[in-house]
Design a protein around this ligand. Sequence first.
Ligand code: SF4
Length: 613
Amino acid sequence: FKARWWALQKTKSVCSYCGTGCQLTLGTKDGKVLTTVYDENQGFHNGQLCTRGRFGYQFVNSAKRLTTPLVKKNGKLQEASWEEALEVVTSRLSAGKSDPASVAALATPRLTNEELFLFEKLFRGTIGTDNIDHSAGYAHAALTKGAKASFGVAASPSEIADIQKSNLLLVVKSDAYETHPVIGFEMNLGVKRKGIDLRIVSDKKGKLTRLPGAKTTVHTPGSEVALFNALCKSIIDQGLAAEGVAGLAELKAAVADATAEKAGVTAEEIAALAKDYAAAEKALIILPIGLGYPGHDAALANAAANLAILTGKIGKEGCGLLIMGEKNNSQGAADLGIYPKSTGLSASAIIEGCGNGNIKTLFVAGENPVVSYPNRQKVEKALENVEFMVVADLFLTETAQLADVVLPACSFAEKSGTFTSLGRRVQMVRKAVPAVGLAKSDFEILNTLSAAIGGARYNNQAEIFTEIASTVPAYQGLTQGKLGDEGVVLPVTVSAKLVPAVAKAVAPVAGKLALLTGSALYHSGTMSRFGEGPMYVCPTAYAELSMADAASLKIAEGDMVTVTSATGSVQVAAKVGKRVPQGTVFAPYHFGEGSVNSITDGAAVTYVTVAKK
Ligand code: SF4
């Protein structure tokens, strides 16, 4: 970089990519982020960062950042002043107050807690619409709902620190190194230094399965609930259930027909895994979630929770369930009500509403539904149809290009506030550099709009945190000052209740491959696609096939292939490797071009054909 480290100004903050919540120190000079400074005393992770945390900050300085508001005139987005842009948005939102059901709002869980709280207050409180959601509504919200039913808490009942305190880790999916790399490092440390037993149940042999000693059970795509039900049945059949577990008879009846076969594994594998899990003094189940894993819903959290509850592995250190929230503030979004309440529309229903004309005004803060939500064609058509859409974002994303007004927003490095990690740790994000161009933080944008349409107005974001602490029970008594450098882990009181989980039937489709989606390096791609580091390592979308399928389809590494589902097709380069089982094909979901989400429809498993172009 362009300056000696001692010449840099250093600001402690939090990585804005995934829910792990790694702390980092931004090294800045002349108003630019030049590096992240390694500090081994920082955070639970001793200063370690993954590629995204270490190099992914480059998106902050990207020349592609939006620097001025844009307003659509004569069908084209044109530069405008903040006054002009906000006037247009204010008049639309004011009109929306008399017909709140026609207004919807989507917020990225990358915003700070303070911004999310204000967002919720503006749309639910001042405008009166319940049509509020975020991308985590596709997965995180469902799993935390499951956790609430099973444990009485809409969050991970366990903390990241429980990884090192456990004797056995049962990890669902094998992409932790891609989705939450520092949690991957934590598992690595635990396995190598403490001999923690690592068990993985996954639909493919991702990087995590290469850890020495890791034992992997490869199951049929989409059969995670069936697999956990089979494990629960095996625990009961082998007489391994803890004594006095309430609801055991009901669960026994509910899993009576659960078989290993339904998950595509052998009865011996299930019996052995159940026995080892039960025998471990402390065992932690780790569930990865996010847009890349369609079909992960409340039932998966319940099924996994049942296994922990049946064997008494809950409410103790090193035990329980860790839900790996996808984005940096997925947990904050859940805590602060960024989801539809009883009468509101979910993210997918909001898209439907835009398509059928029921939603007339859509406010999008940092989300990119065109790329990251399932079924791209449908999303694009719906967003083209909505009468008025405003997008606040860092870049002119595929969604922003369809907007009527685009507002340039600040990155995490240009603002202060708090994020809540997947381990329920609330931490301070601190402003390190001035805003790029005329960009404003989402706090400033929402605060101005709120005041303009008769809602609340705050003097600064810290004032909102004070209000959060007085209205959201889990945050009670906190102040930003109390968070310090370490942050504070929100307390939870865990109860335990067996909640039978219904497994959806999944069966291979003759002549087709099961499409597995997930992250490569990029996460959801909204920021990382604008960083040189990630783009250098993995520049384009791809589809990865097993050697056997590649041979029978006469496809070689690097060939361009067409992947076709019932909803469309994409052309991408082929990869051939050992980690993808025969009968499946893996494709990352976050690229704009060749985005695999353009051919998925939100079902647990999408079946496709793959042919050489
Ligand atoms: Fe950032 Fe997640 Fe990587 Fe940590 S693991 S540095 S939070 S992307």
